[in-house]
Every structure is written in C-alpha cells, then in structure tokens.
Design a protein around this ligand. Structure first.
Ligand code: ADP
Length: 222
C-alpha cells in the first residue's frame, strides 16, 4: 500500500526534518504517526502524497515510485488517496453537498450516480441538517468533518490525515476519531499524523514515532 525506504528530505532553507525513514503500511491497517511539533509529520505526509520529492530513498505508493511518476500517473494515484491536510480549503460559495460531491464530479461522475451516496456520507459525518448550507457557514468542527466526508467520497484506498483533531474540543475530537475508525473498518488504509495517539484509538494497529528524522515503532498491545 505504502512503502518508504531510507527516505531523507530537506527543505531549501536547510531544515532536514527527515533523515532515514523506512516503514511500510499493510492494506487495511490503521497507523498513527506521532512525534512532537516540528518533527516532520506533515512533511512525511506531503511526501506520501507526492507533493514533495525525497532527497534520497524511495517512496512507493499503491505500487508506483512517486519520484518516477509523471503528472498523469500522479493525478491517477491521487484519485485513490484521500487527504485531510491542515487548514482544509473548501469552495466556500458551494454547499456542503457540492463540496463533498466535487471530487466525484471532477472524476467525471454524473450527479444521478452519486447523489444518494453523497447524502449518506454527509449524514454519516453528522452534517445532514447542513447539507444545503454553504461551507463558509460551518463551525471549525463541522469543517473538519466536511473535510473527512470529502476525503472519502471517492472511496480511497489510502487516507492521509494530518492532525485531524487539531482545534477540536474533546467531544468533537472523539467524534472525529470515531469517523476515522469507521473509515478504517470499511477497509481503507489509514495513516494519521498526530502529536499523540488518541485515546479512542489506543488499539490502532501501530504507532510510528518520528523523532530526529528517524522512525521508531510501537506495536499495539492488542
Ligand atoms: P510537524 O508536522 O511534525 O509539526 P513539519 O513537517 O511541519 O513538522 O515540519 C518539520 C520541520 O520542517 C520544521 O523544522 C519546519 O520548520 C520545517 N518546515 C516545514 N515546512 C517547511 C517549508 N515549507 N519550508 C521550510 N521549512 C519547512
């Protein structure tokens, strides 16, 4: 599903958050990537999505070496990867429904094919009463849940979530975790970058701890 081998990465300003990263994710697994702020979690997720290229080593996602993938391959791969990155941007003038439907529309699907699924997804994310409201009218917690619904609309094989609980209170955070666990139960491989492994997900398959550019691993006690 995802394999990194001896990956290093440095920014042009000299910051080298990733030195020697090797791990792989099995299909259908749920993994926490933890580490202090500034340890390189977001950078690692950006590499997994092909937004940055490693300075050394190899990133294989869904069977493709991202450093060698051309634009066409990369855009096809990205259709199979859902992302919840920080500060998600929405088409503010569009409704909750249309924001969730956008990835499907862009992939060429017709409204008649996806309308029922999108309604179900919006309800699942707890946004049923807001389905026709513009995205701009949502609270921070609701926006995070909209980001989740949008990320999984196209039924991705892999979901990358960067600090999905940031800015949420305990209740909203637990609700968000339950959504992510739900996605995992339906078979999607989930990688969650977070400063700490959330209480609700103590039984996650694995914790990869990122520190000083390297990974150490903690298996679940399950
Ligand atoms: P985390 O997600 O764990 O908080 P980041 O991946 O955001 O960590 O950042 C890791 C390091 O890389 C930090 O030292 C940060 O300042 C630096 N960094 C992140 N993004 C950039 C960037 N676009 N340009 C230069 N340095 C960056």
């Amino acid at each position: 599903m995802l394999r990194l081998t001896n990956v290093g990465f440095g920014y042009p300003n000299g910051a080298t958050p990733l030195r020697d990263i090797s791990f792989s994710l099995e299909p259908g697994s749920l993994t926490f990537l933890t580490g202090p702020s500034g340890s390189g979690k977001s950078t690692l997720l950006q590499l997994c999505y092909g937004r940055e290229k490693p300075s050394c080593g190899q990133v294989i996602v869904l069977g493709s070496d991202l450093a060698r993938a051309g634009d066409g391959t990369l855009s096809k791969l990205r259709q199979r990867i859902g992302t919840i990155f920080q500060n998600p941007q929405f088409a503010g003038h569009l409704s909750v429904f249309d924001n969730v439907a956008l990835p499907l529309r862009l992939a060429g699907h017709k409204a008649a094919e996806y309308a029922k699924d999108v309604h179900e997804l919006v309800t699942w994310a707890g946004l049923g009463p807001k389905v026709h409201e513009p995205a701009t009218s949502l609270s921070a917690g609701e926006k995070q849940r909209l980001a989740v619904a949008r990320a999984v609309a196209a039924k991705p094989d892999l979901l990358l979530a960067d600090e999905p609980l940031s800015g949420l209170d305990d209740d909203a955070g637990s609700r968000m975790m339950r959504l992510l666990l739900n996605i995992h139960r339906f078979g999607t491989t989930v990688l969650i970058a977070s400063r700490v492994r959330h209480e609700t997900a103590k039984a996650a398959d694995r914790e990869l701890r990122l520190l000083e550019g390297c990974i150490s691993e903690t298996e679940s006690s399950r």
